[in-house]
Design a binder for this molecule. Structure first.
Ligand SMILES: Cc1cc2nc3c(=O)[nH]c(=O)nc-3n(C[C@H](O)[C@H](O)[C@H](O)COP(=O)(O)OP(=O)(O)OC[C@H]3O[C@@H](n4cnc5c(N)ncnc54)[C@H](O)[C@@H]3O)c2cc1C
Length: 557
């Protein structure tokens, strides 16, 4: 925790140095002692402390200073730190002014200069005031703060990225400035240019990032974006369950392993509000929890986790080179593709324009709190939609699930169907699809088509969560590995056709079970052609693949 601040101000440099020395000696281990030579300079410090969300415990201020008196300084400073204790330093001749100020600016005490010996004249007074301050002061939030607008896609992306990477942050919605004093004072302290170009991310060290890219944010939020080594035994692209399992098994069996993830470890599973069918967790666990545990486990075995996107693969003899979106390149002997699938887009007028501003793909759990007492629409009939509906039903007034078919039985697990039916604020509308989204700068209404009656109804809506199936995103691998017409990657026996091995395959063995048509490039999880799309099967494939990696490496190195 950052130490609370004791700020002392005096225009006499000798006095300032002496008081600073005395404060540090007694309070330096628990408080940060700052000093300023004028009221103006001190106000600058106070504003910066407020932007950083640091706490000020005490102002110890000289009364008679040119330009701005101690009382004048305090009148401004306490609007930003109303709970800070205030002590005025006065010469004997100024005691009248100090006494008057006790009423005007709520001075807690005035001290006569000189205060020697401090053990008698300074510390007892300050001890008492600081004890009072500590007892009353709530702990400050110390992490990253994001100031933005609920309906801005850029704000949503930042919140989602931080939450899914388990980076603690505080969300401040500019729309609440009228009712929330904290938001208001921050808005007043920032430059006009900054508040006009939201979102702004404020780091604990005071650095302000205006509309940062996710790569920029990753760098500043302490996520690793560059590989520490040029070469690895095993590089894994994708940090979903399959990639994480491969990372844990690979590193635990002694392979130098790097895992590259462009959004957040956990993948689709990380977005699940409750996984109830994963072995060993009888009451279920959230995807975020599963991801967090897996990341800790992977790190413990020495896996290097990079935040970044793989954009290109090059094969050169026994080496596989991987290029990342930030321009960096790394090489490895074995490459494992575990890039899963991404949400399919809903093709209807208005949807693309309002994505991130009321329309979201997936359960977008960071938005759950904002749906409090509202109606939420969920599109989709698979388990993901069912889980999301259950999750939102805890916040929203009503959750409406729009299902294209006439039943959920074929697409959703029975336990979830039972849960949905017994939750009073969840409503399921069959034979329905969203045909248009309306709204200026955020979602205000949707048009729903009913295939039974062939009628279209326009209903007010602020939140629409779309979960209508997913597709792999493997175009960046198009010239390297063989894929089916939808982009899923072939592996093992799928590559041998009419008894013939894949084109260009030169080894005197068939491709291994989870190996692609390029020796040493493996594929696991949802992105693999014919895979079972479940957390457990991804984890199973990721761990099994490591034995094939070992077999491959034994012949290469
Ligand atoms: C909301 C929801 C709920 C679900 N609930 C359950 C459940 O209860 N039980 C169950 O068994 N299954 C469930 N599933 C399915 C399960 O989550 C998936 O089958 C599983 O996550 C697949 O794992 P994966 O590792 O293959 O891929 P993914 O989980 O899709 O992970 C792939 C990762 O690769 C990353 N990536 C992609 N391209 C790149 C690139 N070029 N560079 C770097 N990184 C990249 C992605 O960002 C992603 O994080 C659910 C899915 C969803 C969406």
């Amino acid at each position: 925790m950052a130490k609370p601040v004791l700020l002392t101000v005096d225009d006499d440099r000798e006095v300032l140095r002496a008081i600073e020395r005395d404060l540090r000696r007694k309070y330096g281990s628990e408080y940060r002692v700052l000093r300023a030579g004028s009221g103006q300079e001190a106000l600058e410090i106070v504003r910066e402390l407020k932007i950083r969300n640091n706490a000020v415990a005490l102002f110890l201020i000289d009364q008679r200073m040119p330009g701005m008196s101690g009382v004048e300084f305090l009148a401004q400073a306490i609007t930003l730190f109303p709970d800070a204790k205030r002590v005025l330093l006065t010469a004997y001749a100024d005691t009248e002014a100090a006494i008057a100020a006790i009423n005007e600016t709520g001075i807690n005490h005035y001290l006569l200069k000189p205060w020697d010996p401090p053990e008698e004249n300074l510390y007892p007074v300050l001890d008492e005031l600081l004890e009072d301050w500590e007892a009353a002061f709530p702990p400050q939030f110390e992490g990253i703060r994001v100031l933005g607008n609920r309906w801005s896609p850029a704000s949503h992306n930042i919140k989602d990225f931080l939450a899914r990477n388990h980076v603690p942050y505080q969300w401040l919605d500019i729309e609440t400035a009228a009712s929330d004093a904290e938001v208001r004072s921050l808005v007043e302290l920032l430059d006009e240019d900054e508040t006009r170009n939201l979102p702004i991310v404020i780091l604990p060290n005071g650095v302000r990032l205006k509309q940062p890219s996710l790569a920029d944010l990753a760098e500043h939020a302490g996520l690793r974006t560059r590989a520490t080594e040029a070469f690895y035994d095993l590089a894994i692209v994708g940090g979903g369950p399959a990639g994480l399992a491969a990372a844990v098994y690979g590193a635990s069996e002694g392979l130098r392993t790097v895992m590259i993830e462009r959004e957040a470890p956990g993948g689709q599973a990380g977005m699940s509000s409750r996984i109830e069918n994963y072995l060993g967790f009888p009451s279920g666990l959230t995807g975020a929890d599963l991801a967090r545990r897996a990341v800790v486990q992977a790190r413990r075995f020495g896996v290097e986790i990079l935040s970044g996107e793989a954009t290109e693969v090059r094969v050169d003899g026994p080496y596989r080179f991987l290029k990342l979106a930030n321009g960096a390149e790394l090489s490895c002997h074995a490459l494992l593709v575990a890039t899963g699938v991404q949400w399919r887009k809903l093709d209807a007028p208005g949807v693309e324009r309002l994505t991130g501003a009321g329309i979201y793909y997936g359960a977008a759990m960071t938005e759950a709190m904002s749906t409090k007492d509202e109606d939420v629409y969920v599109v989709g009939g698979a388990n993901s939609a069912g889980q999301a509906a259950m999750h939102f039903s805890r916040y929203a007034r009503r959750v409406v699930i729009l299902v294209r078919g006439s039943s959920l039985a074929a697409s959703m697990s029975q336990y979830l169907i039972n849960q949905l039916k017994s939750t009073p604020n969840i409503q399921i509308e069959y034979n329905t699809s969203v045909v248009e989204a309306h709204g200026e700068d955020h979602l205000e209404a949707i048009s729903i088509h009913c295939s039974e009656t062939n009628e279209v109804h326009k209903v007010p809506a602020n939140s629409l969560f779309i979960m209508i199936g997913a597709a792999p995103n493997t175009d960046w691998l198009a010239n390297i590995v063989e894929r089916d017409e939808r982009g899923f990657i072939y592996s093992g026996p799928q590559l041998t056709r009419d008894g013939k091995r894949p084109n260009g395959w030169k080894l005197d063995r068939d491709p291994g079970l989870l190996e692609t048509n390029v020796p040493g490039i493996f594929v696991v999880g949802d992105v693999r052609h014919g895979s079972v799309k479940r957390v457990a099967s991804g984890v199973g494939e990721g761990s099994v693949a490591i034995s094939f990696v070992h077999q491959y490496l034994s012949k290469v190195v």
